[in-house]
Design a protein around this ligand. Sequence first.
Ligand code: DC
Length: 229
Amino acid sequence: MAQKKGILIAIDGPAGVGKSTIGKAIARELGYSFINTGEMYRALAWKLLAADINPEDEAAVSGLARSLKWSFEKGRGAGLRTLVDGGYPGVALRSEAVSKTSSAIAKNAAVRELMKEMQRKLGEDGGIVMEGRDIGTVVFPDAELKIYLDANPEVRARRRAAQLEREGYPADYAAILRGIISRDKNDAGRRHAPLKKAPDSVVIDTSGIGITEVLRRVIELVRKRCPPI
Ligand code: DC
């Protein structure tokens, strides 16, 4: 059997909690690759919008998902980017339309099955930090380390507003908070693979602590569970 490149670290949690920022930092620290699985749902949503397919038409959505050519390539830093039909949608993935559509299609069981197959392939050799909503519960229930990041909706909305302002975009705190609460409801309330804490996950509430402290705690956990790194 091939030598594993490292462990699989699953990071789950609600929208805007900082999973990508933390996940990338951990991957960098450990020399691992980082995969943001939300980007896969977003890439499908982007294709769906371009093809003018109704997100509620489950058969059409899963048909499109299966017809696309999915590939993954190293982007900047530790991250792997999701390519569909050979192209990387880039900033288009962050648009409000794509956010809303990706949340709608995430309840489609056939789409989730396809995403799970691809995610398992990507993670099977280890040396991966994978973030999403169902990584520790459904995709890799046997992951060596599962982290569940949490923070209250107000803190998440404030951080998102501050980030937008730093990037020079207008930020409407009340609208951002409403969006976060609505996505929490969608993510936790859906029938297939809802967002929930795996019983064996380590929960870190980031409401009152910064990224450096979160990173320190996670690295300590990795060292304890899988020495040496
Ligand atoms: O993490 P994100 O906001 O980029 O994710 C986009 C959407 O995809 C979000 O509505 C939740 C969904 N998603 C999911 O259902 N399962 C995952 N593993 C990752 C994302």
